[in-house]
Design a protein around this ligand. Structure first.
Ligand SMILES: *Cc1c(COP(=O)(O)O)cnc(C)c1O
Length: 236
């Protein structure tokens, strides 16, 4: 791996943003439909700052303890924070009001706790429902067969807005092996949108990472979560 000099981060950000624009164009989607969420787990504040100077404006963190000091370091910067990791019930209170979007609501129970804490805080929390699109036994997320059934119950949580779906497909062998999973997430979102529920919008599809974000864009992603391709391989 090349050394992580700041110049490299800036160049990689520009290169990813260009690839996103090209993928939008190839898919016949309007420019700006897809936004880049930089996955910043294990990345230092200095390296994140270099990325922000190069044009990153959405940052995704996986762990509450790691995220809070980073958020505090960027209060002056025009950035949004997204929570993309598995969220424990007891950590919900710490994330409400600090993250513009939680990508990883994986149970009705967690949704209920988010709603309760958002009500306490007097705000409305934007979330995505995470779908275990490959139905993998050890992976978090709603089973594809359950998510459509579970949405009407969660639509009653008035301090939460369900903006769409998120997925991490099964480990893939080649770029195109993720495509059917992305397509399935898109179709699930259309099914849920057709229910016409209040507080459920289905405008966002968070899918695609460093290796396959261009394929995800062709299949309808609106948010791509990219870490390694910007900041280099993680060593921890
Ligand atoms: C780390 C992470 C990513 C980014 O993965 P890369 O392969 O490094 O681009 C995306 N989504 C989630 C949920 C992550 O934890």
């Amino acid at each position: 791996m090349e050394p992580l000099i700041p110049d490299t981060i800036a160049k990689r950000v520009q290169s990813i943003l260009t690839k996103i624009r090209l993928a939008e164009e190839k898919a016949g989607r309007p420019a700006g439909t897809v936004r880049l969420v930089a996955a910043t787990k294990t990345v230092t504040v200095e390296h994140i700052a270099e990325g922000v100077r190069a044009g990153l404006c959405m940052l995704g963190e996986n762990r509450v303890q790691e995220a809070l000091p980073k958020i505090a370091a960027f209060t002056e910067a025009p950035v949004q924070w997204h929570f993309i990791g598995q969220l424990q019930r007891r950590k919900v209170r710490s994330v409400i009001g600090r993250f513009d979007l939680i990508h990883s609501v994986d149970t009705v129970d967690l949704a209920q706790e988010i709603n309760r804490r958002a009500e306490e805080a007097g705000c409305r929390q934007n979330v995505l429902l995470e779908v275990n699109i490959g139905g993998e036994p050890t992976k978090a997320g709603f089973h594809p067969d359950d998510v459509v059934r579970s949405v009407p119950m969660m639509a009653q949580f008035s301090h939460m807005c369900i903006k769409g779906l998120m997925t991490i497909p099964p480990p893939t062998t080649g770029q195109d092996s993720a495509r059917p999973h992305f397509r399935k997430l898109y179709e699930l979102a259309r099914q849920i949108a057709a229910l016409n529920l209040p507080t459920v919008e289905m405008d966002e599809l968070s899918m695609g990472m460093s290796n396959d974000f261009d394929v995800a864009i062709e299949e309808g992603a609106t948010l791509v979560r990219v870490g390694t391709a910007i900041f280099g391989a993680r060593h921890v």
